[in-house]
Every structure is written in C-alpha cells, then in structure tokens.
Design a protein around this ligand. Structure first.
Ligand code: AMP
Ligand code: MG
Length: 356
C-alpha cells in the first residue's frame, strides 16, 4: 500500500494565489519524480505520470490493472509541446481542429516521435494527444514541465471517475496523490480522432461532436466500433475498443423505445433487484426502483450524470438494469456509445402502440 496524499483545490479562479499554487507545486514535484497523481480534467479524472518516463508510465498500468496494449493519452498545456511528441508535420486538418477545439475535450492521434516510450503508446507507432481546458490540469502540466500521460483514473473495467470520491474509491493506496478539483463538467471521456489513417477517423465520440468535427472537416469517417461490437476478425483501430468497459456489476440491458413502451416493459419486468436507468420524464409512471440520468432531450446533462449513476447502481445492489436508450445525435452519440458498452451490446428494441 502506498501513502496517497489528498490535495483539495479551492475554486479555479484562486489558482493564482500562493497557497493554492503551493498545493499544485507539490503535486507537480511528485510527477517530476516519477509518481502517479490523479487529476481533474474537464472530461473525467485522469491518472497522470510523466509521459517520457517509462517506469512511471508502467506504474499507471499496474495501479489501474490496465492491459499493457491499451495506449494512454498524452496531455499538453501548449501547442509548443506538440512537435516533440509527433513524427513529421502536423496534418493541416489537425491544425484546423486544434485551432477550433483546443484546449478542450478532443484527442488527436498522430505518428509518434522517438521520445514517446513504447509503454506510453501501448506498443503502437502512434501517439494520442490532448490539450485539456481544465485550469488545474493545465497548471499541473505547466508546473511539471513535461507532458502527462493520463488514462481515466478508475480501476480498469469500472466506470470512469467524474469526482475525486470516485478516484478515492478506486485508487486510494495505489497512487501518490489525488487532486480534488470538484466534479468534472463534461462527464465522459474525450472525443478521439485519428490522423494516422488515410481519412480522419472518429474512434471514440465525446463532447466535441461528430457534427462539430464535420463542420471543420466534412470528410471525417466514423469507426464501426462507435456503434457496434467488433467481431473477432475486425481490427481494433483503438485497442481500448475491444475491452469490456464501464460495466456495473448488474446485468445492464439497453432498451430502445418510446417512453410509454419503455415504462410498460420495465414495469412488467419488476422483480427484486430490477432497476430502471431512466430519463426524468419516465419517473412518474415507473413502478420499479430507478435512477435518472437526466432529461431525455439534454444529452450534455446525461453525459455529466452517466458514470455517477452507473456507480450508484452498484451501490444499490442492482441485479438487472433496464436503461432507456438515449438519442445518438450530438453529445448523445458519446452517451449511447458508453451505455451500449456498459450493456455488453445487449439491446431490446420496442415499438410504440404495442402491449408489453
Ligand atoms: P482513457 O484515457 O482511459 O479514456 O483511454 C484512452 C483511449 O484512447 C483508449 O480507448 C485508447 O485505446 C485510445 N488511444 C490512446 N492512444 C491511442 C493510439 N495511439 N491509437 C489509438 N487509440 C489510442
Ligand atoms: Mg479509461
């Protein structure tokens, strides 16, 4: 067991105060010395280490129980840090996306430079890079003076952490420090787009939506794994796609249905341990225990609540969960992608006007 220091930050606007900066300087020193620090970002909490230090990065995999071939995202605090990380010129399309959406919840994949250790890139010849907008994350990278490799700060297979309490649940005694910067605003991991293919390819949907990417680059394609389970023969462009993820202990089933059909179906399947993971509007008609993940028309709220609700289902001891399927538009696609994976791709489709 390691000693895990808890570092609690006050409001981000106080970051300029000496007392707050001293706390972050202590965290930055741990990182420079090869330590592991869980940090807040605008998407989810990340478990950070010096991206150039292979021994430190190896510790991330150990602490999370993460498979070795699942690469990490490298976080920067200025565009000036980019040339050291990538091989060759920045593709013009990537420069346009960076201009529009960085700093922010967008990760871009490029051929990697020789400075990126194999352990950081999961043995791939490419590197994933993100410039986060969260003030604490930015300041920590700046103070550490090195790019930070950081996957989500959960135990492998569990929902990503969106509060410091989630990091404490999963990583207390396994890492050097946890920085509490309050709850994450976005709530789901970054959008991932690859520039290592012939056309820019969306590998993971996030808060920078497909529609927003295509406003800048109409040619963006979407990897099949965003919607469907990969078959054995299909190559996972992003190794993370092939692993079970975000899964609560309960058997989660996605129900793609209009409100009446959803409510009827769930009510007729009431049994001990059966829960609904529903929208606000479903609540008045439900006769089973439920947890709401927001209003049906507000995917950004659903994204913010999703992982907290998945963790709460575990705490309730839910055995079977029927989750009301979100819309796949805008940020909804990110929410859908996370839930369908939590459900192990089990989907029931119901029609309006039928009896269930
Ligand atoms: P996490 O930070 O835990 O959300 O995981 C990072 C995600 O980015 C995983 O799904 C990885 O598979 C993916 N990723 C990171 N680096 C690469 C890369 N070089 N090529 C493809 N996918 C990557
Ligand atoms: Mg993760």
């Amino acid at each position: 067991m390691k000693h895990t220091e808890l570092i609690t930050m006050e409001a981000p606007e106080l970051l300029s105060q000496p007392q707050e900066r001293r706390k972050l300087q202590a965290a930055a020193k741990l990182l420079r010395d090869g330590g592991l620090v869980a940090i807040p970002t605008e998407t989810v909490y990340g478990l950070a280490a010096d991206a150039f230090n292979p021994a430190a990065v190896a510790e991330i995999f150990r602490a999370k129980g993460r498979p070795q071939d699942n690469p990490l995202i490298v976080h920067i605090s200025s565009l000036a840090m980019l040339p050291k990380l990538i091989r060759g010129e920045l593709p013009a399309g990537a420069a346009q996306l960076a201009q529009r959406y960085w700093p922010g919840p967008l990760t871009m994949i490029f051929p990697k430079s020789s400075l990126i250790p194999d352990v950081t890139s999961g043995g791939l010849d490419t590197v994933a890079v993100r410039f986060p907008s969260h003030p604490v994350a930015q300041e920590l990278i700046r103070l550490a003076g090195v790019p930070l490799a950081a996957p989500s700060a959960n135990l492998s297979g569990k929902p990503s952490p969106t509060t410091a309490a989630h990091c404490i649940q999963d990583l207390m005694g396994r890492v050097d420090a946890i920085v509490d910067g309050g709850p994450c605003g976005v709530g789901v991991e970054s959008t991932v787009i690859s520039f290592a293919e012939e056309v820019p390819l969306l590998l993971r949907p996030g808060a920078v939506t497909l529609e927003q990417l295509r406003e800048v680059l109409p040619q963006v394609q979407v990897h099949d794994a965003v919607y469907h389970q990969l078959t054995g023969e299909e190559k996972a462009a992003s190794p993370g796609m092939k692993y079970k993820h975000y899964a609560p202990a309960a058997d989660l089933i996605l129900v793609d249905a209009p409100r009446d059909a959803f409510v009827q179906y769930v009510n007729s399947h009431a049994a001990p341990g059966v829960y609904a993971m529903c929208f606000e509007e479903d609540i008045p008609c439900l006769r089973v225990p439920y947890l709401s993940y927001g209003p049906s028309g507000e995917p950004a709220v659903q994204a913010e609540l999703l992982f907290e609700v998945l963790r709460q289902l575990d705490e309730c001891g839910a055995v079977r969960v029927y989750a009301h399927c979100p819309s796949k538009d805008g940020v909804g696609l990110a929410v859908y992608n996370r839930i369908v994976r939590s459900a192990g791709y089990q989907i029931i489709t119901l029609e309006a006007g039928k009896e269930y």
